[in-house]
Write a protein that binds this ligand. Sequence first.
Ligand SMILES: Nc1ncnc2c1ncn2[C@@H]1O[C@H](COP(=O)(O)OP(=O)(O)OP(=O)(O)O)[C@@H](O)[C@H]1O
Ligand SMILES: [Mg+2]
Length: 279
Amino acid sequence: MAAFVAHELVKRYGATVALGGVSLEVGEGELVGLLGPNGAGKSTLVKIGCGLVRASEGHADVCGAPAGSKEARASLGYLAELFRFPGWLTAGEVLKLHQDLVGSTRGTAERKELLSLVGLGEVGERRVDAMSKGMQQRLGIAQALVGSPRLLMLDEPTSALDPAGRRAVRDILEEVRARGISVLLNSHLLSEVELVCDRVIILLAGEIVAEGTPQDLTAARGVEIETDSGSRRWDEAGRDDIPALVAQLVAEGAHIYGVRTSKPTLEEVYLEAVRGEMG
Ligand SMILES: Nc1ncnc2c1ncn2[C@@H]1O[C@H](COP(=O)(O)OP(=O)(O)OP(=O)(O)O)[C@@H](O)[C@H]1O
Ligand SMILES: [Mg+2]
């Protein structure tokens, strides 16, 4: 069963269409990255999944239960994009509070395990006020994992992190995936998404404009062949087209001196998808 399903989700805020009919799935144990410019509708989608925002049309399910229902909420962990924990609580107390909220009975053992998972094993007694932004963000991820959810919804969990912190979160996400937990990750950090996600979905103005594995999205496209009469380019061709192109040129009497394919970065694919649609 899919961990998260959005079916034809529409969300209107007055005249603003935040989601214009979005359908997507996060499979069991899958790590899906949701990309898109500011205002694309990423947070709106996640909030609908958490039951914090009601869809105008369409529906969403979490582990087979309607989004917002008690069963759905029990199956997911959420880290909001602009969260703030009470500054006077210690890291351990923040987790205790969330254990009480979700009804987790795993007590100290769970708190210890989660703090150590996010690299805060030594600072469980430190107050939130005395923690750096990056530490608070990692505490936020630990908080989302309280109660052993099947699905994690993380809204930009690395926005405050330095490169080492981002690397640490990537490692945490890989550990989370190894435990079979599904993840929907909102991010603006393309290189990070490319490194960690099984699948990437690009949202623009409430519509999906591109979708695929990072490998598929950045697959080589465009072939350049150097012949005795100069260099020729086929923008739409891929690696699989090379034998036929070469055979055709040879049959036409050309001499081939070189063949090259070009592979775009995820950033190039993203900018193309976003600019292409924006015209
Ligand atoms: N509570 C609200 N009331 C009115 N409009 C809203 C509300 N929440 C979001 N919007 C609008 O819906 C659209 C999508 O917003 P959303 O926060 O989902 O985008 P986002 O992709 O998460 O952007 P960002 O990358 O900046 O976090 C935007 O036009 C936003 O202004
Ligand atoms: Mg957002």
